[in-house]
Design a protein around this ligand. Structure first.
Ligand code: GLC
Ligand code: MG
Length: 249
């Protein structure tokens, strides 16, 4: 056994099976203490909603947090987003133009204020409207000269973020900072905003057994032997995958 960089989504990936989560936490904490494994959470949640989940579930203290779908990185328990990362996201981004462009689309329903962040504008969008709205919205945003990315997850959540940011690119930033190669980095997820974790490089990937159709479809269209589709759900699927890749016994 050796150290690795462990990156996981929270909702319906790390969290969702309390019993398996306890076992996984034990194993990860042991690997962190013995070998220096690093633990990173990569979630769409804002700091407020992350704190709520952390209080509710027994989450280990992570070595870094990727919040707001990759637009904010918090290192070593800091409460201030990493400024090097924020600076990278600023070019080609204009929050006011994004917001004003979206007002032309009545199908977009604003998410709560806590989820509106400097580099993330978020809506609820019904699945049946998404096929029509997403391409139109994308082209309107392009016309405004913005370099942004639309991330649609779980048939409801739409995040508009700078082009250079998503969970996967945030992981690359941490990998380089901490000097972990892709072969000893493992990423875990269940839904649309996790596709970036799997698509950005050749990190080892665990797709939990309860993954959403959008991630399963992406996985089917982009098969790779360094991606593992687990049978078990949530933390149970992560344990299964970590053993498959030899990160745990
Ligand atoms: C979390 C965030 C929400 C976001 C979703 C998908 O639920 O709170 O703002 O849209 O993740 O990324
Ligand atoms: Mg999830």
């Amino acid at each position: 056994m050796a150290k690795f960089l462990f990156v996981t989504d929270l909702d319906n990936t790390l969290v969702g099976d309390d019993k398996a989560l306890l076992e996984l936490n034990d194993r990860l904490e042991q690997s962190r203490q013995e070998y220096g494994t690093k633990i990173v959470y990569a979630t769409g949640r804002s700091p407020i909603l992350y704190q709520e989940l952390k209080d509710e579930k027994n989450l280990l203290e992570p070595d870094a947090l990727i919040l707001c779908v990759g637009t904010e990185i918090y290192l070593d328990g800091s409460h201030t987003p990493d400024s090097e990362w924020s600076e990278k996201l600023s070019s080609g981004w204009n929050r006011d133009i994004v917001v004003s462009t979206t007002t032309a689309f009545p199908e977009l329903v604003s998410q709560p204020d806590s989820e509106q962040r400097p580099f993330k504008v978020s809506f609820f969008l019904q699945e049946e409207d998404s096929q029509k709205v997403l391409p139109q919205l994308k082209s309107e945003l392009q016309k405004s000269g913005l370099d942004v990315k639309l991330i649609y997850s779980s048939g409801i959540d739409l995040d508009i973020v700078p082009h250079g940011s998503d969970k996967g690119q945030a992981v690359q930033f941490l990998r380089q900072k901490w000097k972990f190669v892709a072969e000893v980095t493992v990423v875990c997820g269940d839904s649309g905003n996790d596709i970036a974790l799997f698509s950005v490089g050749s990190e080892r990937g665990i797709i939990v057994g309860n993954a959403r159709p959008e991630l399963l479809q992406w996985h089917n269209e982009h098969p790779a032997d360094y991606h593992y589709l687990a049978t078990n759900f949530c933390a149970g699927g992560i344990l299964e995958g970590l053993k498959h890749f030899g990160f745990l016994e």
